[in-house]
Design a protein around this ligand. Structure first.
Ligand code: SAM
Length: 267
């Protein structure tokens, strides 16, 4: 019995979800390598600079198997249409978006520690998506869904205004060279878009181990009028955020770590 058949027999909710999503997923290139493009066109024809580049990184056989077999079960396809979060999670609960979950260790731990919340993880990296699918399968988590696509387009096209209670962006690619700073995710237009997707009182939590990016984050988040800082300057690491792989590496290299925690103002 393969992983999916096994899932169908052990969990009726998962089986129903699989039946609802497998036909949509069958038509897309699950696990395929993303095109090596730098810009993407918005519906208006305006391009945005991508915050990632194509990586031909190693993918283990078990990550590949998870991509092939579990992507239809736990991922939602990218579409230029608003997502009905409650319908896709099968319940009404606060929705937390995570952008760039990497290998998904933190995502899994937080989703396990907060079963009352629904988590939507967005990542482009095949091995990372495969790794998180495996974690979902092995842990039996039901409050986590994945979209494998550029998060800028997911937020713009699929998430309705005020639909999120929280946004996590942990250790986004720092793009340290000055000429690459334009690729950084935390820029005023994207933060304005993110803030519009937060419900009043909802939060955005960023963390980085690059001081220069932390300064940029603070400036950009402070500059978004609909957000307010919950601290004066940087925040203590909230208890729900475990130390990530990238953070551990950064600390080993002698970097600091900066958390930023802002809230959407009440309308
Ligand atoms: C430096 S890693 C950090 C991973 C993880 N958050 C951690 O702390 O270990 C940044 C991740 O963001 C992903 N990423 C970058 N831009 C993205 C985008 N526009 N949409 C989705 N994922 C993105 C990359 O593929 C990468 O896995």
């Amino acid at each position: 019995m393969n992983i999916i058949q096994n899932q169908k027999s052990k969990n009726p909710t998962q089986a129903a979800l699989l039946n609802a999503t497998e036909s949509a997923a069958a038509s897309r290139p699950g696990g395929s390598i993303l095109p090596d493009v730098v810009t993407a066109s918005a519906p208006s024809g305006v391009s945005h600079i991508r915050s990632f580049v194509h990586r031909r990184s190693h993918i283990t056989p078990s990550q590949k198997e998870a991509l092939d077999q579990l992507l239809p079960l736990w991922s939602l396809p990218y579409r230029k249409a608003a997502l009905d979060l409650d319908k896709n999670f099968g319940r009404h609960a606060p929705a937390i978006l995570e952008i760039g979950f990497g290998m998904g260790e933190t995502t899994q731990k937080i989703a396990q520690a907060r079963p009352q919340d629904n988590f939507l993880g967005v990542e482009v990296f095949n091995a990372g998506v495969g790794a998180l699918l495996k974690r979902i399968d092995e842990s039996g988590l039901t409050n986590l869904r994945i979209i494998q696509h550029d998060a800028v387009e997911v937020v713009r096209d699929m998430l309705a205004p005020a639909s999120l209670q929280g946004i996590h962006i942990f250790f986004p690619d720092p793009w340290p060279k000055k000429r690459h700073h334009k690729r950084r995710l935390i820029q005023p237009p994207f933060v304005e878009l993110l803030a519009s997707r937060l419900a009043p009182g909802g939060y955005i939590h960023c963390a980085t181990d690059w001081e220069n990016y932390a300064e940029q984050m603070l400036e950009v988040l402070n500059g978004e009028p609909s957000l307010e800082n919950t601290c004066s300057g940087y925040a203590e690491r909230p208890a729900y955020r475990p130390q990530t792989k990238f953070e551990t590496r950064g600390l080993r290299l002698g970097h600091g770590v900066w958390d930023l925690l802002f809230k959407k103002r009440q309308a």
